[in-house]
Design a protein around this ligand. Structure first.
Ligand code: SF4
Length: 359
């Protein structure tokens, strides 16, 4: 009976040859400098490849290198990131760029441990930069890689457990090549997971270069892997979003510096599904005198652990209250990084808010 190490060691050359024969061109693959690999990997953490490509081009056109990233104004950075979500990733890119200038002479270090010491760079991203850009024998274990290895070795540990990820990384590290082959192996396993050993539905084992080595297939139990422990259901959070207008300006505020969507601009909102009367009472408490309130639609947004169920009210008021920042619809659309969670309400802004009948 083959050990997991032997199975993986035999799979490595097959995965590299398969990747070299089947690789799909992507902008960052055609010029895999450490900076390009870094930016692309951070973007791809929560975004599909096709969706990330225009962002990648736009980002590099604006911030072509580490000094430009270190010097960028935060609002401009967040605007470049708008639509990708998880804005802390963009902030960490800038923080890391500043540290790279201070600590590493302006170059991303060619060392996985040093890479991991930078803000926003965890095991996965460090492994990707180290292997793809520098040819170091470091695995980059994402969900695709985990799934492939767990099927290949018929591993029945929980795929979501951190200990499983550590074990898979250690197993891979023991068989990793160096140089161009390290890059091809990192890209190859991920791509096999994207295109052949796919997550939902039946994997395409007939097209798999390591089918002859796959323990799950030998057990005729491919559908059993990967094993996934029950997830806690997502928390539902009802909330009320307020489009408060005064003349042609709308009220915005910054979110708190910590927690979900930290420090981003948002439309004022309150927890819970409020009635128009409750909204009016809440606003009065904030020093806003509402002259009219009307419903402006419902929306929802799903985060990893919570789902916002939003209902909105358009509120007209007679004077701009100092507690908010007041901007026109055009300024909000062009200059302010509003999280995607509020996209529906962004679409409800009017350049000249219509007069609203009083309740
Ligand atoms: Fe995945 Fe099938 Fe290949 Fe096994 S044989 S690694 S299950 S695609």
């Amino acid at each position: 009976m083959m050990t997991d190490h032997e199975r993986l060691a035999q799979a490595v050359p097959a995965l590299i040859s398969w990747y070299e024969a089947n690789r799909i061109s992507m902008p960052w693959r055609e010029d895999p400098t450490p900076y390009h690999v870094w930016i692309s990997e951070i973007m791809l953490q929560q975004t599909r490849i096709e969706a990330a490509i225009p962002y990648y081009h736009r980002f590099l056109a604006a911030l072509p290198d580490i000094p430009a990233l270190a010097a960028v104004e935060e609002d401009r950075l967040l605007k470049l990131w708008q639509g990708l979500g998880y804005y802390s990733r963009a902030r960490n890119l800038k923080k890391a760029a500043v540290e790279i200038l201070e600590r590493f002479d302006g170059r991303l270090p060619a060392d996985a441990k040093a890479l991991r010491s930078l803000p926003g760079i965890g095991d996965y991203t460090a492994g990707a930069i180290a292997s793809i850009a520098y040819g170091l024998p470091e695995p980059a274990v994402d969900g695709n890689v985990l799934r492939v290895v767990m099927r290949l070795t018929a591993c029945d540990e929980d795929i979501l457990a951190p200990a499983t990820r550590k074990r898979v990384a250690a197993l891979l590290r023991g068989v990793y090549p160096t140089g161009a082959e390290a890059a091809a192996l990192t890209e190859g396993i991920m791509e096999l997971g994207e295109r052949v050993c796919i997550p939902n539905g039946e994997p395409r084992c007939g097209a798999c270069p390591v089918a002859g080595l796959c323990a799950a297939r030998q057990e005729a139990a491919v559908e059993r892997y990967p094993v996934r422990a029950e997830k806690k259901p997502r928390r539902l959070q009802p909330m009320t979003v307020l489009l408060i207008s005064c003349g042609d300006r709308y009220a915005l505020r910054r979110r708190p510096e910590t927690g979900l969507l930290a420090g981003l601009w948002e439309f004022p909102n309150v927890d819970g599904a409020q009635t128009p009367e409750e909204v009016a009472a809440f606003l009065t408490g904030q020093g806003v005198t509402p002259v009219a309130v009307r419903s402006c639609g419902e929306a929802r947004h799903v985060f990893s652990h919570v789902e916002w169920r939003m209902q909105g009210y358009a509120v007209a008021c007679d004077k701009p209250t100092p507690g908010f920042t007041w901007k026109t619809a055009a300024e909000i659309r062009s200059d302010m990084a509003i999280p995607t969670a509020f996209r529906f309400y962004l679409s409800q802004l009017e350049d000249v808010p219509c007069p609203i009948k009083s309740i």
